[in-house]
Design a protein around this ligand. Sequence first.
Ligand code: SAM
Length: 255
Amino acid sequence: MSLATNSFISLASNPPNYESVARLQNEFKNRDEFIVDGVIPFLEQILFPYISKEAHILDLGCGCGHLVQQLHLKGYQMTGIDASKGLLGYAQTNAPDSEFIFGDIRNFELPPTFNAIISIDVLLFILNNEDLTAIFKNVYAALQDNGLFVFSIPLIELMDKQTQEGSFNHIYVNDECAFIELFNYNSEKKMWKIEVTGFELVEKTWKRSDTTWLRKDHLFTDVQSALENVGFTEISHVDAGGLGGSACFVCWKHI
Ligand SMILES: C[S@@+](CC[C@H](N)C(=O)[O-])C[C@H]1O[C@@H](n2cnc3c(N)ncnc32)[C@H](O)[C@@H]1O
């Protein structure tokens, strides 16, 4: 890896720092409406028909737990894991009947008790193939036989329009909070630098927070071979337009 690549990567902590913007993430990101109208209909096609009504599901990178709660309301037994203590604090309030684990998904070790493992909008933060393979290995070990792994991931092959534009912004505002994400693409590293600025009203005073995240777009063949290397044999993928322009992979653990 070149010095330039190293210094680009050192711009951001890994896992990404969500602590200073946890409240803003909870206010604006993946709220129940988005999950009910966008994510659940998608999972109705690719996940629910293949698991039992009482299935135990692990949500990797569960963030504020909105998806965990919606799946709990559908009857599933839910566990979430995330590397942000701040986000997990919101998750415990948003999904009070589910279990949460504080941990880095690159290192977690859980027994093979899950019927399904899902990960939405998380693997974009995994910056190299070694870490991706480590996560897939941990997932494979935590799945029951015939368990299912469903995840979204941005693929270089699907990124044409955005990469040509090179940059875009997301801006969210309400009476007490504002949240801005500036995305800039680095074509050499195939990564996005995401400069994040938040404002929140705390006891009548506006508080500002800044942080930087890095997002990596992966090659389809890298994802596919990392999955095969850890043991997944039946792998398919669909364009997940409704899930942030990423591809959605569906993988079975067949022994
Ligand atoms: C964009 S948010 C998505 C949250 C949630 N999946 C959703 O769809 O609302 C990305 C999440 O991934 C988590 N994350 C990123 N890298 C992680 C890692 N290495 N280990 C655990 N969590 C991680 C972050 O803390 C954050 O909660």
